[in-house]
Design a binder for this molecule. Structure first.
Ligand code: PLP
Length: 357
């Protein structure tokens, strides 16, 4: 027998990303936007695609896109780097700053892909637990950074799946400790527009803010995300990325989408209203829930969570079952949908909890 080729040991130990892609009427499990981007945007995109020189490679530096991002978010274009979804952006950061023999500190429970992508690059993942209300204690975090000198400190605000928003003061304390240890702080702001606080306009040489078009721009299918960082960090990401990684279709889509910012803000406002509706309904039910700064809400039914998840599914409502995740025993996460979808969720949950109370 010839030996079967073996993947690297740390890869063999990994499992992939498992979020159910199930066909259900009401899909509230992956924090996507419930509505399509504007038709006028799609028309403009399609028209531009027709006249694009497809025999040519895309602009390697994505200049038009970076300049559009720079205008929209009021940051210099040299501080912007775009990738195929924020996950690719995070991968580039970890390839450049983490990798074998290096470490990434994260605060659990948080977005599972942070650990996953860090481990794929061969980095060692160090963890601190959040408090029972899912906050990061900044002074504990600062001490941990001083003691362990991680190469990367990973924050997520608003945090997925808890919805927790870090305060500016708490981020300042963490950034200061990281700066003293030579650590790069990465702040995943996938839900930044839903929140009251962002670090995007507050640049610092050792801070990277990561954003995505997947949620607020209604473009999860586009696969576009970007980092805002010091030019030296951008150069390091550029060095590890594949040439021409961002297709012409993606660059054009992102550039044109930014022309529809007013529509984006309307969608965000509607989703924040929906979030308030869901939180008010949960407050009346026999569940624990955590106030969210994003387009989803984490809650914990008193009854067995997986059974409730199944009950919701039998009513055609798919939410995320986080109940087996570390630190999230008994928890489910619902994405804010359209007003009709939110009502269907509230009705189904009321039924599942056993009461037309
Ligand atoms: C949804 C999400 C993303 C988005 O990743 P993309 O690759 O841009 O689709 C990134 N970070 C967090 C915390 C998320 O919840």
């Amino acid at each position: 027998m010839t030996p079967a080729p073996k993947p690297r040991a740390n890869v063999a130990a990994l499992s992939g990303y498992h979020s159910a892609q199930v066909d259900v009427p009401i899909k509230l499990n992956t924090n996507e936007s419930p509505v399509a981007p504007p038709q006028a945007f799609l028309d403009e995109w399609a028209d531009t695609i027709r006249t694009t020189p497809w025999n040519r490679y895309p602009d390697r530096e994505a200049r038009a896109l970076r300049s559009a991002i720079s205008n929209h978010y009021a940051i210099p274009a040299e501080h912007v780097w775009a990738g195929n979804g924020s996950n690719e952006v995070l991968q580039a950061i970890f390839l450049a700053y983490a990798g074998a023999g290096r470490s990434v500190l994260l605060f659990e429970p948080t977005y599972t892909l942070h650990r996953h992508i860090a481990e794929v690059t061969g980095a060692t993942v160090l963890t601190n637990q959040r408090s029972s209300d899912f906050r990061i204690d900044a002074s504990i975090a600062a001490r941990s950074i001083r003691e362990q000198s991680p190469d990367v400190v990973m924050l997520c605000s608003p945090n997925n799946p808890t919805g927790t928003v870090e305060t500016a003061e708490s981020i300042d304390v963490i950034v200061e400790a990281a700066s003293a240890s030579g650590s790069l702080v990465v702040i995943d702001e996938a839900y930044g527009e839903f929140s009251t606080h962002s670090s995007i306009g507050n640049p610092s040489a050792n801070v990277v803010v990561v954003r995505t078009f997947s949620k607020v721009w209604s473009l999860a299918g586009l696969r576009l995300g970007f980092a805002v960082a010091d030019a030296s960090v951008i150069a390091a990401m550029e060095a590890v990325a594949l040439p021409y990684h961002l297709s012409s279709a993606t660059q054009i889509g992102g550039t044109l989408a930014l022309g529809f910012a007013a529509e984006m803000r309307q969608r965000v406002d509607a989703l924040v209203d929906g979030r308030n509706t869901i939180e008010s309904a949960l407050a009346e039910m026999d569940v624990e829930y955590w106030p969210s700064g994003a387009n989803f809400v984490l809650f914990r039914p008193r009854d067995e969570a997986h059974a409730i998840w199944k009950e919701l599914l039998s009513d055609g409502v798919l939410v995320r079952d986080c109940s087996s995740w570390s630190g999230l025993t008994g928890c489910l996460r619902v994405t804010v949908g359209t007003p009709e979808e939110n009502l269907a969720f509230i009705t189904a949950l009321t039924r599942a909890l056993g009461g037309q109370r």
